[in-house]
Write a protein that binds this ligand. Structure first.
Ligand SMILES: NC(=O)c1ccc[n+]([C@@H]2O[C@H](COP(=O)([O-])OP(=O)(O)OC[C@H]3O[C@@H](n4cnc5c(N)ncnc54)[C@H](O)[C@@H]3O)[C@@H](O)[C@H]2O)c1
Length: 431
């Protein structure tokens, strides 16, 4: 990914996850060969200073399709009755800006077989489906729901339509992948989760960033204790983005940061409350700039800045821990992650004599920085693989409906906080 060009970014959506090769909003393009970033490996990423010895920073690998921390669901994977290794037959609904990325990945993924592309604008569906005679272009989702050959539906329509489209698909017995956010309210999201569970079908939310090599490595570094106890998270996701007609910047961009937090934070460290401030300085009728502050247990804090009005593009997250601090710069492909053995330590008062106790008990660590090498791989390919394999294996996907629901909980609470000028709103798990 390169630095955004302010001159062209007004037409470029801010919402581009995980290095996916995106299509233009005005003219969806067909895939031309494999994704630009796919399959290449950045070798020998810079390691500055001496490497940290004896820690899990080095030699850790994130494997292709590793399923982390998921539990096997007691569901039957419908459609897997025949060959469990057979590709999942899939239709993509919504061929606007993001849908073509799902179409491209459904075509190239070894675990899926693209059967149809649906859009209310059937011409658009035709354009995205292309000349392939095995892929139908449809103007209504009903055409794929009544087709027994189609096992799964990927929904890339605007958030307000996720509930009706996804619910209809589940009721027709299809497994469902829904773009973020899962729905336009927590109650709607819960209906989808309940429907999928009742029918033993897979419901997955495309939290694309969770499938990037960088975020998978971050999760590993948090969970294996390399960073120590999490003390703060600071995330900035800003550029000149498309001012959406139906949602504010919070619902457009914050799902990325919230789903990443949900994925990387260890159990017991989930946010407990949120306060949000926002502004609409251009008079668009919705917040174009927003700041979210999340309280984490044990006095830790997470902050997210999302903004459609910034002339420069910034995609940076800092995760401060008691042992190390991690900096993720998603716009720096040669060094996306940097792990600093630098920070502030508080000496235990017991270990000090009376005179020392009068002195400052704070000391500064100034150790090395390590930049782990990461594979360059398109997140959507891994996301699509996870969708298909979770169906075939009858287990919950990494980013299942419940993960989508937790993100909706924070988004709803943040919207409420915006209405009340930044009031602190507790999250559901705290009410
Ligand atoms: N994962 C990511 O990084 C990412 C990035 C961008 C957008 N998204 C998500 O993708 C979804 C779509 O966003 P977009 O920017 O592509 O929107 P868009 O408006 O560009 O495209 C939506 C398309 O859906 C079609 N559509 C609407 N209702 C339909 C229906 N009932 N049946 C069939 N087609 C229908 C529209 O005609 C349109 O072509 C949103 O949920 C958005 O949040 C995700």
């Amino acid at each position: 990914m390169s630095q955004a060009n302010p001159a062209t970014d007004s037409a470029a959506p801010a919402d581009t996850a995980g290095g996916a090769t995106t299509s233009s909003r005005s003219a969806p393009r067909r895939r031309s060969g494999a994704a630009g970033s796919q399959g290449t490996t950045v070798q020998g990423t810079t390691v500055q200073g001496t490497t940290v010895q004896g820690t899990a920073v080095q030699g850790t690998t994130v494997q292709g399709t590793t399923v982390q921390g998921t539990t096997v669901q007691g569901t039957t994977a419908k459609g897997a009755a025949g060959d469990p290794a057979a590709p999942v037959r899939i239709a993509v609904v919504g061929a606007g800006y993001w849908g073509p990325n799902l179409v491209r990945n459904a075509r190239s993924c070894a675990h899926t077989e693209l059967h149809a592309v649906v859009d209310l604008d059937v011409e658009r569906a035709r354009l995205v489906a292309g000349a392939d005679p095995t892929v139908r272009a449809c103007g209504s989702v009903d055409q794929v729901l009544s087709d027994p050959a189609i096992e799964a539906v990927a929904v890339a329509t605007p958030a307000a339509t996720h509930l009706p489209v996804a619910l209809a698909a589940l009721r027709a017995g299809k497994h469902v992948l829904v773009e973020k956010p899962l729905a336009s309210s927590w109650a709607e999201g819960r209906r989808l989760v309940e429907e999928a569970d009742a029918r033993g079908l897979t419901l997955m939310c495309d939290h694309t960033y969770c499938y990037t090599p960088a975020v998978q490595r971050i999760r590993q570094l948090v969970l294996d204790g390399t960073l120590g106890d999490i003390q703060f998270v600071d995330s900035v996701r800003i550029n000149l983005g498309l001012v959406q007609r139906d949602i504010d910047v919070l619902w457009d961009l914050a799902p990325h940061d919230l789903s990443i937090l949900d994925f990387v934070l260890p159990e017991g460290c989930s946010p407990v409350a949120v306060a949000a401030h926002g502004a609409d300085p251009i008079g668009s009728g919705r917040a174009c700039v927003a700041y979210l502050t999340l309280q984490l247990p044990g006095g830790a804090i997470a902050h997210s800045h999302v903004n459609w009005l910034s002339p420069t593009k910034v995609r940076t997250t800092i995760i401060g821990g008691s042992q190390r601090t991690l900096v993720w710069d998603d716009l720096n492909p040669v060094q996306r992650l940097s792990i600093y053995d630098r920070g502030v330590d508080l000496k235990e008062a017991d270990s000090l004599d009376v005179d020392d106790r009068r002195q400052m008990t704070i000391s500064y660590r100034s150790g090395d920085m390590v930049a782990p090498a990461l594979q360059e791989r398109e997140a959507l390919q891994l996301m699509m693989t996870e969708f298909a394999t979770s169906i075939r294996q009858g287990r919950r996907p990494i980013t299942d409906g419940l993960a989508g629901l937790r993100v909706l909980d924070v988004l709803e609470a943040a919207s409420r906080s915006l209405e009340f000028q930044g009031a602190v709103v507790p999250l559901r798990n705290q009410r």
